[in-house]
Design a protein around this ligand. Structure first.
Ligand SMILES: [Fe+2]
Length: 277
């Protein structure tokens, strides 16, 4: 396991420790799953992925107040993956918000929208047995708020729910799968992964010019998404954002006072220990 350590100063009397893990991409399938899913599992699954996840959970149990997982826990929906994921997220020390792969049937085979997500959600048996679209949990006086933005958008009901969390008056750490647009992260991604889009939420038209048509249509922010981001940037109780999806570590400031931590792939062993004081 590769542990990145981060300290966030927000004026707590007693520190709170989170282990941020994301993109574990567990890839199991068995005789209950069809041949196509078994082939995916054979191609994508490695023993290390499951071992790293076990290691992350054990580390969080020993050293942290909560493990915060920002999605892509599973690589695709299969009987074996759903069974395993349901066991993992049932633990009250494991906080989960979904990523795009948590609803993926065959990894990139379809246009993914709300209908696609709901089909997978129902097939899982009403999701994984914990909230997948919006989740909140208070630990040590800090409110961890998870919001599903796995298809690069936010919806107005999520903003409304976030406002209700803000009313509790506690400092908030936001957790979601896809990072918000920020210029230095955008430029870093362009250099690091040339000829790809950057998968950042809230890109304006000027930045979408770098994208191919499919990715621009997929990731062009809706009005609701822009309203949500604007609210996040101006709400002083929101202290930091934990995200994943990009499979590399990166830290930058969304505003003068709001850091965004992108944490690398859990499948690669990476985790971030965030000490909030
Ligand atoms: Fe992802």
């Amino acid at each position: 396991m590769q542990l990145e350590k981060t300290t966030l100063h927000i004026g707590l009397e007693k520190p709170v420790r989170l282990l941020h893990v994301t993109d574990s991409h567990i890839g199991l399938a068995d005789e209950r799953d069809n041949e196509r899913k078994r082939a995916l599992a054979a191609r994508l699954s490695t023993p290390e992925k499951a071992l790293y996840l076990e290691e992350h959970i054990a580390y969080a149990k020993a050293h942290c107040d909560l493990l915060v997982h920002t999605g892509d826990l599973m690589d695709f929906v299969s009987h074996a993956n759903v069974e395993k994921a349901r066991q993992i997220v049932a633990d009250e020390d494991f906080f989960f918000i979904a990523g795009n792969h948590d609803y993926s049937q065959y990894v990139g085979e379809a246009w993914e929208d709300n209908a696609y997500r709901m089909n997978s959600y129902m097939e899982m048996g009403y999701g994984l047995g914990v909230p997948m679209f919006f989740n909140a949990k208070t630990v040590g006086g800090v409110n961890i708020v998870g919001i599903d933005n796995s298809y690069y958008q936010f919806e107005d009901w999520q903003l409304w729910r976030l406002q209700r969390e803000v009313e509790k008056g506690l400092p908030i750490i936001l957790a979601f799968h896809d990072p918000l647009f920020e210029e230095s992260l955008f430029q870093y991604h362009l250099v690091r992964v040339p000829n790809d889009c950057t998968y950042l939420v809230g890109c304006d038209e000027e930045h979408l010019l770098y994208y191919n048509e499919f990715r621009a249509v997929q990731q062009r922010p809706t009005e609701a998404t822009l309203r949500f981001i604007d609210y996040v940037k101006h709400e002083p109780l929101i202290k930091a954002i934990l995200t994943g999806h990009l499979h590399f570590n990166y830290t930058s400031m969304i505003t003068d006072t709001l850091p965004q931590y992108v944490t690398g792939g859990g499948y690669d062993g990476i985790a971030r220990e965030v000490t909030i004081i």
